[in-house]
Design a protein around this ligand. Sequence first.
Ligand code: FES
Ligand code: FE2
Length: 411
Amino acid sequence: MSSPIAPPVRALELLGSYEAGWSLPQPFYVDDEFYALDVEHVLVPSWLFVTHDCEVPNPGDWVRIDLFEDSIIVVRGNDGEVRSFFNTCRHRGSIVCLDQAGHSRKLVCPYHKWTYNLDGSFAGARYLPDDFEAELFGLSPVHCETIGGYVFVCLADDAPDISAFAGAAEPFLAPHGLQDVKVAHTETIIEHANWKLVMENNRECYHCGHAHPELMQTIDEFDGPGSSRHNDKFLAILEKKLTGWNSDGIVHEQTTEGGLEWRLVRIPFTNDGVAMTIDGLPASNKILGTLRESQRDLGSVRMLHFPNTWNHVQSDHVVSFSLLPLGADETKLTTRWLVHRDAVQGVDYDLDHLTKVWVATNGQDRILVENNHRGIGSRGYRPGPYAPGIETGTADFTSWYTTMLHKGLTG
Ligand code: FES
Ligand SMILES: [Fe+2]
């Protein structure tokens, strides 16, 4: 039964008494009206990672992405630029691109065949008056930025400035040559859990030791940036790797200018691993970008950008994650494995070796967050405290979220 108090008022009341470092009150995770507040005040005003530019490699290539009540397309124009538009016809509003991906010289609405150029401008239609002002009827643009091969979009009228993130990401990603990669595999899973629980779960490794045997082959549960609990073994690995990286000019130091919203840091693997595989061995023979064979041992660039992406950019492959909320209790998580575009499956890489760790880890995490969501729906749920030193990233996320929502509700 919904409350007689308006959702924005209830949300502000709960935010007023929310104690940082604790999980959120129940409605933030399960209430449809609170989810609508998330969409309006947190998700729409944010930059969202939706695809890689290598998924639209040629002019005329496009992908469709459905976000909340919107559908958008990301398309590469004849000038090579990647742009995004609302996938809504300027005639009477039909969806223009019905498939999930395609290649077209022009974008043609299936309803009455209004036609658009790849840059979104109106290209033609039948039976229009002589004084039809074509320049007023281009597809509505969506803010779109390509950063090191990652395509971010923002649905808001006024997008926040993303230039500081772009500037910080560039030196981390440049040696990995993400302009010369391809998607070797994509996994899309629907998690029956609120999107914030998917992100909260990703931000901590409190559960890793007992839940993720595959992942723990190459990472340490206390290897998070700034962790106060680094053990001696990990500190020794860190010291050795940083010396090599520094002499090679490999960027690794954790960024700070992104505040709670984003950060980049390079972290070494444990157990002498050079890639996030089950045995720590390279997943692909073809090293990425400008790297040399002697530079296989680069750990991973952990690139985080709230609210929807975390990444492991490695010397021979990349694992990217794009979280897209579908409702209060449903979240789509798309994982992509990228390798050098010249790498040949079965010759340079084995798909099972490449994907095994994160296919297993995603499956384990899905069960954890679905159980978390199920338990939060109970009358017995009360917010609980995040553990100091190991759930810091989770506390950071909920602090970012509550600040963003408060700002949106009071702005
Ligand atoms: S709605 Fe697209 S052509 Fe009519
Ligand atoms: Fe996990």
